[in-house]
Design a protein around this ligand. Structure first.
Ligand code: HEM
Length: 106
């Protein structure tokens, strides 16, 4: 399926209460700037759950595959994460929001 960054910007409205995509500012959740290619639980200055830190220490890196599973079911993929979000149901929403976040990644 195609990825649509403009549609992804609309999906990102669901994330904005807790995340920014375009600066390094941490809010309730860590900044998602530079997310693609980043080790899980590694944004400077954010206090992650032990579960997310351990996922990163175990080698988890945010790429299309790991983000796709995590955004569908955060608590199922990183058991013990403190991200209080049920996840996105539609495959297209997940693909589009990843396309949107890619624009702010190296
Ligand atoms: C963590 C994405 C919605 C709060 C994360 C991480 C990603 C992510 C990729 C891991 C980041 C890292 O390892 O540095 C998203 C996306 C969302 C969304 C794309 C919308 C579709 C939300 C919402 C909240 C939230 C609505 C608050 C109610 C958090 C928190 C963490 C986190 C607190 C840290 C988790 C931990 O340390 O266990 N999010 N998120 N997120 N997010 Fe979200």
């Amino acid at each position: 399926f195609g990825q649509d960054a403009a549609a992804g910007e609309k999906v990102f409205a669901k994330c904005k209460a807790c995340h920014v995509s375009d600066t390094d500012q941490n809010k309730i959740g860590p900044s998602l700037k530079g997310l693609l290619g980043r080790t899980a639980g590694s944004h400077e200055g954010f206090k992650y759950s032990a579960a997310m830190s351990d996922a990163g220490k175990g080698g988890m890196v945010w790429d299309e595959a790991t983000l796709t599973t995590y955004l569908h079911d955060p608590k199922g993929v990183v058991k013990g994460t403190k991200m209080a979000f049920v996840g996105l149901k539609a495959d297209k929403d997940v693909a589009d929001v990843i396309a949107y976040l890619k624009q702010f990644s190296p």
